[in-house]
Design a binder for this molecule. Structure first.
Ligand SMILES: Nc1ncnc2c1ncn2[C@@H]1O[C@H](COP(=O)(O)OP(=O)(O)OP(=O)(O)O)[C@@H](O)[C@H]1O
Length: 699
């Protein structure tokens, strides 16, 4: 070692301090300082190593390039044995050691001493660098020869090391700051991608590119698995060009027969401890076929796996691997920074996906039901040509285009529902739903929830939130069938909807406004119900804005033939049977019947006839006996006793036979004869003629 004068040492000290104050770039500063130190000390190369805060890792930060250190050992954190640290920190001064002796004291995966030795270096001098009383690293001189270091040399090196320590500590602080800034920038960029990009693959690709900026990698995989073992997301991105990542199908890339099993294996990686490199990575390759396979196929040498979440419904994780370098704790920590927002974004994404799926399903179901309802009722137009029906239809056409509430009254089976549908179909609401509520079909306890909906848990059995018919009909029409049956306590709530167009769900806290038109129907006499206190008067007036009376069938008998023919054709078509004709005698009987069940009864009767008939004529023989027919109500005034009914039947039958006989010029049997026309056997006709005393002269 050279001996230098004290004043030279202080000049050097000043020089180094000035350099530290003026040179910004740490590498350049280190080169300048070591060039000056070379004037005083003999060494072949110099480098600095730093210790992390808890002294578990060392990092080669700057080296004097006399020889090239391979890339893999540069600027890399490496674990270091506690005993090594202790031995060099013990005397707190400069230590001069033979490299040969050092080699065994380093862990196997810290190859620096071995490499130095292989490069011909034999001695290393370590000068501790202190900041705030703590050793933060070492300035190291290495030499080919073992040189003698006097105590004064060691003292000088120790003194000159302190400005180096100051520079190192500020360089490290600066480096840490820069890293934090880069991490924050990455977090922001990832957040931005997660918030703004809707397409999942593009969103994850952007995340992948951001991670790659701080933790260079060649592969990134995201997995989300249901509890039943199905993958909801299995996305992979690979670096395919130096500049970019691309989504890849791992199946194609790996081309293994049991890919599902492999995929599951990749998931168990995520549940294993996070970071694998070095020996641990080798162990992992032995444990998981998948890791061994990708290592061989893609030459990966390191892997980080992070669990994103682990919830009762699903779990998820992220895998990152690289082919050129081993990840360290710092990389793992950086990847960990984006876990919270990535998890949240993916969970939101999946929730939205689920909601969207349900929405599309509901829309599909709604459209289907809508079409089905339209299809079912399309062919059921209101049939009839009577003047009384025409006047009701005229009223329908007047009120339909308005939003007025209509109260449709009429006996059972007169077609009130058909009129309600006609009112809806002729209104501006025709493209929205017509929602029917049968007020008589539900128990009082359920009608409220049926009409207005309920919140989850609002009553026993309300396991899910459900919207009511009024909300379902939004923009359309609600048809309250059998409104006369509505319990009194619900009548008040219905009144509120009619007045305010607002409702509250059962157990709900907010008021919901609805835009619906209300149509109501009843076969009760509502005015009588009001008088007897069973129906609220105010509700009656609200419903009865526009009354519509549907006449009973007996008041429009002239429509019976048309309706009967219509139903016969309809049921024959539905049953795939040939079309049969009506005998005129049967038609007369149909026209004369009382029809308490109105059009519904007529439809059922014709349906039965279509079922039992086989041949040219519809067979009403079991259904239309005189005793069953002609039960015209007494208050209608014409019929007084059973005898009278029978007389009337005989009279009508007589008229019919006479009519047909006159058409066939008095001929009973044979082609074109009356028997053929009436669809009867000639013998039967003869006996009827006899019984009805139709004399020859009339024929
Ligand atoms: N004018 C008509 N033309 C064709 N079919 C009709 C006519 N009127 C009613 N119908 C049919 O008669 C049956 C009964 O009609 P609807 O159910 O509308 O009667 P309603 O008055 O609502 O009965 P209720 O009071 O018992 O509910 C239905 O099948 C309907 O399609």
């Amino acid at each position: 070692m050279q001996n230098i004068a004290v004043h030279e040492a202080s000049t050097l000290m000043r020089y180094i301090s000035n350099a530290i104050g003026s040179i910004r770039d740490p590498q350049e500063l280190f080169r300048t300082v070591t060039d000056k130190l070379r004037l005083v000390f003999e060494f072949d190369s110099a480098f600095i190593i730093t210790l992390d805060r808890d002294r578990r890792f060392i990092n080669v930060v700057f080296e004097m390039v006399r020889f090239d250190l391979p890339d893999t050992i540069q600027r890399k954190k490496r674990p270091v044995a506690g005993s090594w640290i202790e031995s060099h920190l013990g005397d707190e001064g400069v230590s001069v050691v033979a490299i040969e002796g050092e080699m065994d004291r380093y862990p196997a995966d810290f190859p620096v001493p071995r490499m130095l030795y292989d490069l011909g270096m034999r001695q290393v001098v370590l000068s501790p660098l202190r900041s705030g009383g703590k050793v933060i690293g070492f300035l190291n001189f290495v030499s080919r020869e073992q040189k003698q270091w006097k105590e004064s040399d060691k003292e000088l090196l120790s003194t000159l090391s302190s400005p180096v320590a100051v520079a190192l500590s500020s360089a490290l602080a600066y480096e840490e700051l820069r890293q934090r800034e880069a991490q924050t920038a990455m977090q922001l960029a990832v957040n931005n991608a997660l918030l703004t990009i809707k397409d999942r693959s593009r969103m994850l690709l952007a995340v992948c590119e951001q991670i790659d900026k701080l933790v260079p990698c060649t592969f990134l995989g995201i997995r989300v698995m249901d509890r039943d073992g199905n993958f909801r997301i299995f996305d992979n991105f690979m670096r395919e060009t130096p500049s970019g990542f691309f989504p890849v199908s791992a199946h194609e890339k790996l081309d293994v027969p049991d890919f599902a099993e492999m995929a599951r294996e990749s998931f168990s990686l995520i549940t294993s401890p996070g970071c694998f490199s070095g020996e641990a990575f080798q162990l992992l390759c032995d444990k998981y076929r998948l890791v061994g396979l990708v290592r061989e196929k893609f030459n990966i040498c390191s892997l980080i796996s992070v669990r994103l979440w682990d919830l009762p419904g699903s779990c998820a994780g992220l895998i990152i691997s690289d082919t050129s370098r081993a990840f360290d704790e710092h990389d793992q920590e950086t990847v960990g920074l984006i876990v919270p927002q990535l998890s949240l974004a993916l969970q939101n994404y999946l929730a939205f996906e689920e909601i969207d799926k349900l929405r599309r399903k509901l829309e599909g179901e709604k459209a289907y039901l809508f079409e089905e309802i339209k299809a079912t009722h399309d062919f059921e137009e209101i049939k009839g040509e009577s003047a009384v029906l025409a006047s009701v239809l005229h009223r329908v056409s007047q009120v339909a285009p308005t939003d007025a509430t209509v109260l449709i009254q009429g006996e059972t089976g007169t077609g009130k529902e058909l009129f309600a549908r006609a009112l809806h179909n002729l209104s501006r609401r025709r493209n929205r739903m017509l929602v029917k509520v049968n007020c008589a079909a539900l128990p009082a306890t359920l009608i409220e929830s049926e009409l207005f909906g309920h919140e989850k848990g609002s009553f026993t059995g309300a396991i899910e939130r459900r919207i009511g018919k009024f909300e379902l009909a939004e923009g359309g029409t609600v048809f309250l069938d059998e409104v006369g049956e509505l319990p009194l306590e619900l009548q008040a709530k219905l009144l509120r909807v009619l007045q305010e167009r607002e409702l509250e769900r059962l157990g709900g806290r907010g008021v919901i406004s609805v835009d619906v038109r209300v149509l109501a129907a009843t076969n009760r006499n509502l005015e009588k119900e009001v008088a007897e206190g069973r129906f609220r008067e105010d509700l009656f007036f609200r419903l009865n804005v526009f009354p519509l009376f549907v006449p009973p069938l007996r008041e429009r008998r002239e429509d019976i033939p048309l309706l009967a023919l219509y139903f016969a054709a309809k049921f024959a078509r539905l049953m795939g049977k040939p079309h049969c004709e009506f005998r005129e005698s049967d038609m007369l009987l149909l026209k004369a019947r009382e029809w308490k069940g109105n059009i519904r009864e007529l439809a059922h009767l014709v349906e039965q006839a279509v079922i039992v008939s086989d041949g040219r004529w519809l067979d009403f023989s079991t259904m239309l006996s005189p005793s069953l027919a002609f039960t015209e109500p007494r208050e209608q005034g014409q019929l007084k006793s059973m005898r009278e009914f029978e007389e009337q039947v005989a009279m009508m039958e007589r008229e019919l036979i006479l009519e047909v006989l006159s058409q066939s010029n008095g001929r009973v049997s044979g082609e074109g004869g009356a028997a053929e026309k009436l669809g009867m056997h000639p013998k039967t006709l003869y006996s009827r003629i006899e019984k009805l005393e139709i004399r020859k002269r009339y024929r």
